[in-house]
Design a protein around this ligand. Structure first.
Ligand SMILES: *Cc1c(COP(=O)(O)O)cnc(C)c1O
Length: 350
């Protein structure tokens, strides 16, 4: 066998479609917004959009975070599904988003004015989702600014410049009590919008964990990234019906009596602080003793040979752990393990 000196990220399109179906079934009648920021959490944006089209039920909405990503999603999915971009963006991006029928998340007054001005110039009503800050303090109109924001958006809607398509917020997901309080603030904000005579159809508050575990907090739309890629929450259980869609695989490049070297290291995006983690081999889990720049050493197993595969994370068939289990060792989340894998590491899709 050939001893490739770089690892490969193997990604299952079919598993993405299965995970999407499991999430859709769980959250119904709330509709799935498949969140695809950071190159679909490091899995490859275009490939993952294509794979999502294989889900048994169509994905109602895609979440691109920034406008450039959302434009790439639109180019791939065609005209049907909604695409949502919530990063505050410059006028050129706003124009491009309106042209491509992208829904815009708006959480500040200057940004609302920028979107209204762009829509006015384009003679097209921009679809806007107003964001209320329910306690996370990451963008969003503060409760004391909300009535004015709604009045301004309502006037723009009556003038045909925007369609107030949604109201949204983001939860801390740190404790149920905090999330309950945020949900009450969200409900109050929605009441203000309805009292102003607006009828937004998309109400969305929850990401993976709350969408799955807190049905009472789900809106008409649930924004889910992690669980669709099979990434569970830190300290959270495996999500039934889902599996990690990505496996990071390296090859043995050298064998000595008690250690083997594999062709994967921190320059491929594996944090060196993960030394001590288990890796999966055909003989089961073995400790990764050191993580260097381009290679790492792993405790040997009987019959280890150059070219053998070793799995650093994935579904756990050979004793490897999922990305979240690695993340827990260094106090981060599975998403960070995935998004740090270097773009130079080849992705192989099946
Ligand atoms: C990333 C993100 C999500 C998705 O979170 P997951 O935990 O990956 O499901 C949802 N909403 C917003 C605003 C986000 O930035």
């Amino acid at each position: 066998m050939d001893a490739l000196s770089t690892p490969v990220l193997r990604i299952s399109r079919a598993q993405l479609a299965c995970n999407i179906a499991a999430v859709q079934e769980r959250i119904a009648p709330s509709q799935l917004m498949l969140v695809m920021k950071d190159d679909a959490y490091g899995h490859g944006l275009e490939e993952m959009v294509d794979a999502s089209l294989g889900a048994p039920e169509p994905v109602a909405m895609y979440g691109g975070y920034d406008v450039p990503t959302s434009l790439r999603i639109r180019a791939r999915v065609g005209d049907g599904p909604r695409v949502f971009a919530w990063a505050t963006s410059d006028p050129d991006e706003v124009h491009a988003a309106i042209d491509a029928d992208i829904d815009l998340g708006v959480g500040t007054a200057p940004y609302l004015r920028r979107v209204v001005a762009a829509a006015s110039a384009a003679h097209v009503a921009a679809r806007v989702h107003l964001k209320i800050d329910t306690g996370l303090h990451r963008n969003g109109f503060r409760p004391e600014e909300w009535a004015d924001a709604v009045a301004e958006a309502g006037a723009a809607e009556r003038d045909g410049l925007i369609e107030l398509a949604g109201v949204w917020s983001h939860l801390a997901e740190a404790s149920d009590a905090e999330d309950d309080e945020a949900a009450r603030a969200f409900a109050t904000a929605v009441d203000v919008v309805r009292d102003a005579g607006c009828r937004p159809s998309a109400l969305h508050l929850t990401a993976s964990a709350a969408s799955w575990w807190r049905p009472e907090l789900r809106g008409t739309v649930s924004r889910v990234g992690a669980f669709c890629y099979g990434i569970r929450s830190a300290d959270g259980p495996v999500i039934p019906g889902t599996l990690p869609i990505a496996t990071l695989e390296a090859r043995v490049v050298d064998v000595s009596d008690d250690e083997v070297l594999i062709g994967a290291g921190w320059l491929h995006g594996i944090p060196s602080t993960l030394a001590g983690m288990p890796a999966g081999t055909r003989a089961g889990a073995r400790e990764v003793v050191r993580i260097e720049s381009a290679v790492s050493s792993v405790r040997a197993w009987p019959g280890a040979r150059i070219g053998d595969s070793v799995r650093l994370f994935g579904a756990g068939e050979w004793g490897e752990r999922d990305a979240t289990a690695l993340a827990e060792r260094i106090d981060t989340v599975g998403e960070e393990i995935l998004t740090r894998i270097s773009p130079l590491v080849p992705r192989r899709y099946s």
